[in-house]
Design a protein around this ligand. Structure first.
Ligand SMILES: Nc1ncnc2c1ncn2[C@@H]1O[C@H](COP(=O)(O)OP(=O)(O)OP(=O)(O)O)[C@@H](O)[C@H]1O
Ligand SMILES: [Mg+2]
Length: 253
């Protein structure tokens, strides 16, 4: 079976910055991959290349079986994208934004309306559906953006830091929505700063730093590889703290 996403040796240079230095990754059909890494690691650049928004300087990538450089239109037709920065139009209401995305995906008026209503409900936005998106809070805008990425029911979904800015309740709701899409066969690449989120959603994790893949595996494998045993100790009395040293000796191995 064709992988949902396959990238080999992706390289990207910006003036004075080597954003990617040869990134390889693969997402099997129906799987969820988390791209984990600190600020500036290259996560959004990788997503940008895979979603045809950024031209790579080297390497190759296929999404849904199509080459991102040679078949960008085919790739775009097969993906849903929630970028790191909201792409919704502040001059439209939440409802109008979702209808617009549906119509851009050639849905009928009726189908787009039904889908918009369903997603507004799913993302807890029904109460603000008729307000202009520019009056939304950051978290509301983020949820509208995530909803917009799901309008088309694309087989491959890219979510760049989907839960940044969401409160814990809305974060859990988003995780449940992702679960539903995965259960329906959607393949997902998401980026995150949080191991907890990768643990909750992803089958595998690719850790990037300074434009390189520095670790890869299941969350459990990564925890075993990078975790060090720790010992938490507290003093009950400070009269003879030196006495703690022999007591703890050998325990933190
Ligand atoms: N358009 C651009 N022009 C110049 N440099 C860029 C551009 N986009 C990204 N970079 C640089 O490329 C590197 C990787 O950036 P990228 O946005 O991919 O990181 P990230 O892992 O998504 O970080 P964050 O967690 O902060 O979102 C950074 O050094 C960044 O400054
Ligand atoms: Mg980013």
């Amino acid at each position: 079976m064709t992988a949902a996403i396959r990238a080999e040796g992706l390289v990207k240079r910006y003036a004075g910055v080597q954003a990617l230095r040869g990134v390889d990754l693969e997402v099997p059909a129906g799987a969820v991959l988390a791209l984990l890494g600190p600020n500036g690691a290259g996560k959004s650049t990788t997503v940008g290349i895979l979603t045809t928004l950024v031209a790579p300087d080297g390497g190759r990538a296929e999404v849904a079986g199509f080459d991102v450089r040679r078949q960008p239109r085919r790739v775009r037709a097969a993906i849903g994208v929630a970028g790191q920065h909201a792409a919704v139009d502040g001059r439209l209401t939440g409802h109008e934004n979702l209808i617009l995305f549906g119509r851009l995906h050639r849905m009928s008026r009726r189908a787009a309306g039904a889908r918009a209503a369903e997603l507004l409900d799913r993302f807890d936005l029904t109460g603000v559906a008729d307000r202009l998106a520019r009056t939304y809070s950051g978290g509301m805008r983020r949820r509208l953006d995530l909803a917009a990425s799901l309008v088309a029911h694309a087989p491959v979904l890219f979510l760049d830091e989907p839960t940044t800015g969401l409160d814990p309740l809305r974060r859990d709701q988003l995780w449940a929505v992702v679960d539903d899409f995965v259960a329906a066969g959607t393949s997902v690449l998401l980026t995150t700063q949080y191991l907890e989120e990768a643990d909750r959603l992803a089958d595998r994790v690719v850790v990037v730093d300074h434009g390189r893949v520095v670790a890869e595996g299941t969350v459990d494998q990564l925890k075993h590889r990078t975790g060090r045993p720790t010992l938490d100790a507290a003093f009950l009395a400070l009269t003879a703290p030196g006495a703690a040293v022999p007591a703890m000796a050998g325990r933190a191995a």
